[in-house]
Design a binder for this molecule. Sequence first.
Ligand SMILES: *[C@@H]1O[C@H](CO)[C@@H](O)[C@H](O)[C@H]1NC(C)=O
Ligand SMILES: *[C@@H]1O[C@H](CO)[C@@H](O)[C@H](O)[C@H]1NC(C)=O
Ligand SMILES: *[C@@H]1O[C@H](CO)[C@@H](O)[C@H](O)[C@H]1NC(C)=O
Ligand SMILES: *[C@@H]1O[C@H](CO)[C@@H](O)[C@H](O)[C@H]1NC(C)=O
Ligand SMILES: [Zn+2]
Length: 412
Amino acid sequence: MLRLILLSLWVTVSLAMKSYEGYKVLRIDVSDAGDVAILQELQDVAELDFWDFPRDLMVPPTLLEFVEHYLTSNDILYYVWMDDVQAKIDGVITSNKPRTDVDGFDYYVYHNYSEIMDWIDSIVATYPDLATSFSIGLSHEGRDLKTLKIGLETGKLKRAIWFNGAIHAREWVSPATVMWMTNAFLSNVTEGTNPDVTFVMEFFDMYILPVMNPDGYEYSWTDERLWRKTRTLHPGDECYGTDLNRNFDYEWGGLGASNDSCDNTYRGPEALSEVETQAVVNFIRQQSQEQPFRLFIDYHSYTQVMLSSWGYTYDLPVDFDLMEAHMKVQTAAITSVFGANYTYGAASSTLYPSAGGSKDWGYGDRGIPYSYTLELRDMGEYGFLLPEDQIYPTAYENYVGLVAGLIHISHQ
Ligand SMILES: *[C@@H]1O[C@H](CO)[C@@H](O)[C@H](O)[C@H]1NC(C)=O
Ligand SMILES: *[C@@H]1O[C@H](CO)[C@@H](O)[C@H](O)[C@H]1NC(C)=O
Ligand SMILES: *[C@@H]1O[C@H](CO)[C@@H](O)[C@H](O)[C@H]1NC(C)=O
Ligand SMILES: *[C@@H]1O[C@H](CO)[C@@H](O)[C@H](O)[C@H]1NC(C)=O
Ligand SMILES: [Zn+2]
């Protein structure tokens, strides 16, 4: 009887989730700008989803023949990288252990939105002298944008830094990394064994938003594992969701930002149409009147690359030399831990243009000199479906990188 009930429960739960059975991820061999232009057209086909434009493309079974024909007839080579996306999804969460163990928080599994909010409360309870939390606003569906401030009180004016996770819902290793690093700062400074960490905690106040897109993140747990955007439906729009990382009000609406609500890079009907971008913009604008922000990092996955401005144009920013020197230090420190290859560069030329992104806003609007997108692991073996046993190496190497980068900029 119990078996039967459990079984029907399982069926109910799995029916609610979108199935990616038979979906494939193709890896495309892009040889020149002509190929990119041809692949660009596929971005406008509903149901096709570039995990990493223009290289990794997820294709539902119904469109496989069409896509294969399109690529072949354009002489573009590809191969099937992931044969069955649903099988990969099922493989990621294998552990049946409780998501929060008795000894405290388990950093080595993925956590849903409500667990992350409870974690924030427990961090503040554990480190009352070092950490406070507050909400910078509500998401479209009414979830708190709960933010942490951590640092050592020195009685002096401190510089500020910002980092956030989960602006894109499906990039689950991003909030996991942000949480691990936050805890590492706090536990290391409490133990007092790492002078570099003590130094940066005295020098900087850190403002940390683990989940910038709570509605999308929750949706990626309950409905569609590979959801990316917010969950708004604007008047006149056909599809749900705006890409928060195209919605900031600096050079909004330019290259690499779609005006079609059904696209994954939809910029929204206007700059700051989303309450989540409004909340971050308002908070940093206000707080930067009290203390200067020096660093802004928006953590994403995947491809292992650190990207500076500009995203909206191929031109390099006037401060690119400073940014480049810093990115070199931070990525070299990341690599020093486990040898993982992280590259760096200006976003447009390294990756692709993306107007209205967070890092352009941080640098262009706020004048934060070190303002980045940081793409975490992996290089595309699992993509967004990174196994939980890679949370630790991803978080640890990035913590070492962040500390080294902060030491570097404290001398600037
Ligand atoms: C999130 O986790 C909590 C605690 O483990 C659980 O009670 C809740 O049902 C989960 N919510 C979702 C959407 O998975
Ligand atoms: C810093 O904290 C992390 C996470 O708790 C821990 O793994 C690491 O050993 C600590 N390092 C030092 C030097 O205390
Ligand atoms: C959206 O962009 C396309 C291509 O750039 C353009 O042809 C179209 O007119 C735009 N639509 C709207 C509503 O702005
Ligand atoms: C790191 O990645 C870059 C870009 O993909 C590549 O050019 C370089 O050869 C790689 N380096 C190593 C050591 O694998
Ligand atoms: Zn992303």
